[in-house]
Design a protein around this ligand. Structure first.
Ligand code: PLP
Length: 408
């Protein structure tokens, strides 16, 4: 009898879990102090801009947080050893990357992590290299630390797939002022999942020129079928110089508001410098919810199951959006989606000023997507569309974008 009850409870638990994996379920985010939905006071607008998702996180994370809230005491947090083990276990098991607990520095976000690493390893006036277009906050992190931005433009082929211009990349690394390469792996906004060969070549060039690599791997869990994330840390030792990797479960599990991230750095001397900068920047404290959420995301098998379903859903959102574009606005070039939930579209001569187009679409078409120029001048004809929303929003949002250009 007892056994039967336990089985029934397990079944019930599973049932609740499965029902919570319904990504089509509409979640009302408006009026929840939500950056994505509450910045513009317009009930009719579909926001497909900033990179967070309109899905509830995995149910085990919700439950772990509820339990922590019920405790009712929210004082300063000691990060337990299980936290570090959870990070090592996740990357070892799912990504074949062996990390030692001592190599991990926790902090309150990937942007604070990047900023502290730049502060630790550069002098004002030195250059930090990136491949553009690239995530907008990279620019501010570099400038806020008194460094100069150096960019190597990615090259797009006729299908809109971006690759590194290695000749230019190498020339930029040879500039003695270039001290750091800030890599986005996988890449926001072009969705490229860099291959092991590409990463190896970048790593080797950086090593040859004594350029430190910061690899931002925040988007590593969102993969389209047929693509595989390569952690920078798994590259052959012979090609890697000094480096640090920034990770967080925040994009994959939609917990960016909980502010938790990690820096993985193998070199003890560099790690001490970064640790010091984390302290100087006062981003060395994390909150109890971020810690609990990360440990649950990385250790509860149901969270991995949820993540797999999420990836499937996002891929189908991409196929839906691509199909609509090909019918309604065939002149737009859709960059093939390799990873991330951010779609990159080149509108060519339909857009001459992406910034103006973003604002005009908000007011006229009632859809908010990001101007490509936010990510660098190379994005002047492009826009970035956040696909991490319910499919009906994707359909309506893309129809509005196409409608704005006269595509019906
Ligand atoms: C490449 C990349 N890095 C970092 C972040 C932000 O990280 P965090 O919120 O942990 O500072 C984003 C958010 O969109 C991103 O796309």
């Amino acid at each position: 009898m007892l056994k039967k009850n336990a089985a029934a409870r397990r079944y019930q638990k599973q049932l609740t879990f499965e029902t919570k994996m319904n990504f089509d379920e509409k979640v009302i985010r408006r009026n929840s102090n939500c950056y994505k939905w509450d910045v513009q006071d317009d009930e009719t607008l579909i926001p497909m801009w900033i990179a967070d998702m309109d899905f509830r996180t995995a149910q085990p994370i919700v439950e772990a947080l509820q339990e922590r809230v019920a405790h009712g005491v929210f004082g300063y947090t000691k990060v337990p050893k299980e936290y570090f083990e959870a990070v090592c276990q996740w990357f070892g098991k799912w990504h074949g990357w062996h990390i030692e607990p001592k190599e991990i520095i926790y902090t309150s976000g990937v942007v604070p992590a990047i900023s502290a690493i730049i502060k630790a390893l550069t002098l004002p006036g030195e250059k930090v290299l990136m491949t553009s277009p690239v995530y907008n906050c990279f620019y501010s992190s570099i400038r806020n630390n008194g460094c100069q931005v150096a960019t190597s433009s990615l090259k797009a082929d006729k299908n809109g797939r971006y690759t590194i211009d290695f000749e230019d990349f190498e020339a930029q690394c040879q500039d003695p002022k270039t001290r750091v390469f800030l890599l986005c792996n996988p890449h926001n906004p072009t969705s490229r999942v860099w291959t092991r060969d590409e990463l190896t070549r970048m790593a080797q060039i950086c090593k040859d020129n004594d350029v430190f690599v910061i690899s931002d791997e925040i988007h590593c869990e969102i993969m389209m079928p047929g693509f595989q994330y390569t952690p920078f840390g798994t590259l052959d030792e012979s090609v890697k110089g000094n480096y640090a990797v920034c990770t967080s479960p925040s994009k994959a599990f939609n917990i960016a508001g909980l502010q938790i991230a990690n820096i993985i750095c193998r070199c003890p001397k560099t790690r001490r410098k970064i640790d010091r900068a984390i302290n100087i920047n006062e981003v060395c404290d994390v909150n109890p919810f971020g810690v609990i959420a990360l440990m649950t995301a990385y250790t509860d098998p149901r969270c991995k199951e949820w993540l797999d379903s999420l990836n499937d859903y996002i891929y189908n959102n991409y196929l839906t959006a691509k199909d609509l574009f090909s019918k309604l606005l065939p002149s737009a070039t859709i960059t093939p989606q390799e990873g991330t939930y951010l779609m990159w579209v080149n509108f060519h001569s339909l857009i001459n000023n992406a910034h103006n187009a973003e604002h005009a679409m908000i007011s006229d078409a009632k859809v908010w997507i990001n101007a490509g120029t936010l990510y660098g001048d190379d994005g002047e004809h492009c826009m970035r569309i956040n696909l991490a929303t319910q499919r009906e929003n994707v359909v309506e949002g893309v129809k509005r974008v196409c409608g704005y250009f006269g595509g019906k």
